[in-house]
Write a protein that binds this ligand. Structure first.
Ligand SMILES: [Zn+2]
Ligand SMILES: [Zn+2]
Length: 350
């Protein structure tokens, strides 16, 4: 296969609130260095956090967003095994971690302070050709459709990682609330949580009832209802949920979520409200009631492979819409207005 010199990318040179993406057809094709592979991308998800990066909410040091990419390895860098050639791989938010800091050494490399993120520190998946360290690219089974896998690489993995945190605190049959259960992450979280043996209570706005129930929620609550009362009724013993996972980055979801847990309950933070917001829990309650507050960032490679096995078994499936790469700005507009059903996936040009 001949590798061209120029490629098509979608980029943003000056992130700001009214920024849009520019499609460029003359961007250079990157070259893999030692230990790296070159991947020809097939599909990439378009995540809400990409929108934040494009709109300038987070400082970024690359002009190419995207962190949910699937493609095939077409070239390897010096000293890199040629066995990678032809393999389908996934590129994720966690582009690499240092493997040497004390955090990595405990195995919790998703929290490595020296990590590099795709579309934040290094050029992302909104390009036809992406370079990645070989060891950080995720093997993807051929049995799965690449467009269906893309959203699992961030949205699915984030939910798997968050729910897996509950292993320490919860048991099968426990009641877990997902705040913002009907969105791109949430609908996957319902399916994953159910597979882990939990009873999932989905909280979202009324139009999301259908996707939540189809995804396997045990119950749906409109966030405008008296959720505290409903959750206590549903859990049978009147004590509330064993855990709440706040999926959306909305302050109201945290305010409401913390009222739903029982003594010894756990709140898992996933969604990111503005940085000066604080979760309203008194230390007195943490002491008296034994609450746990934990954060969860994406997920590990083992967690991703476990999730892909669930997808292969037909137990987790993404609700997604595929768009041509040229439509990238229309997709962003829909994302901003929450008009995408499930996850948005872009098809890279051939
Ligand atoms: Zn993402
Ligand atoms: Zn590290």
């Amino acid at each position: 296969m001949t590798i061209p010199k120029a490629q098509t990318v979608a980029c943003v040179d000056n992130p700001r609130p009214d920024a849009t993406l520019e499609i460029r057809r003359d961007a250079p094709v990157p070259q893999p260095g030692a230990g790296e592979i070159l991947i020809k991308m097939e599909y990439t998800g378009f995540c809400h956090s990409d929108v934040h990066n494009i709109k300038g909410d987070l400082p970024v040091s690359t002009n190419i967003p995207g962190h949910e990419g699937v493609g095939r390895v077409i070239q390897v860098g010096p000293g890199t095994s040629s066995d990678y050639i032809g393999k389908r791989v996934g590129i994720k938010w966690l582009y690499s971690a240092c493997n040497t800091c004390p955090i990595c050494k405990t195995g919790r490399y998703t929290n490595c302070p020296n990590q590099r993120n795709c579309g934040r520190h290094v050029p992302g998946t909104f390009q036809q050709y992406v370079v990645s360290p070989a060891e950080w690219a995720s093997p993807i089974p051929e049995t799965l459709k690449p467009e269906a896998v893309a959203p699992l690489l961030c949205a699915g993995l984030t939910m798997y990682g968050a729910l897996k945190k509950l292993d320490k605190f919860c048991q099968k049959g426990n009641w877990i609330v997902l705040m913002g259960a009907g969105g791109g992450l949430g609908h996957l979280g319902i399916q994953i949580g159910k597979e882990m043996g939990y009873n999932i209570i989905a909280i979202d706005s009324e139009p999301k009832r259908d996707i939540c129930m189809k995804s396997g929620a045990a119950a749906f609550i409109d966030f405008r209802e008296d959720a505290e009362k409903r959750v206590k009724e549903l859990t049978g013993d009147g004590f509330g949920a064993h855990a709440v996972v706040v999926v959306v980055g909305v302050e109201r979801a945290y305010d409401q979520g913390v009222t739903l847990i029982r003594p010894t309950g756990t709140v898992v933070c996933v969604g990111l409200p503005r940085i000066d917001y604080h979760i309203p829990i008194s230390p007195l309650f943490c002491v008296d009631r034994g609450y746990q507050i934990v954060g969860s960032a994406v997920g590990t490679e083992d967690e991703l492979q476990a999730l892909l096995k669930l997808a292969e078994a037909g137990k987790v499936s993404t609700h997604y819409e595929v768009f041509d790469f040229d439509k990238v700005n229309d997709v962003m507009e829909k994302l901003v207005k929450y008009e995408i059903n499930g996850k948005a996936v872009l098809r890279l040009p051939e």
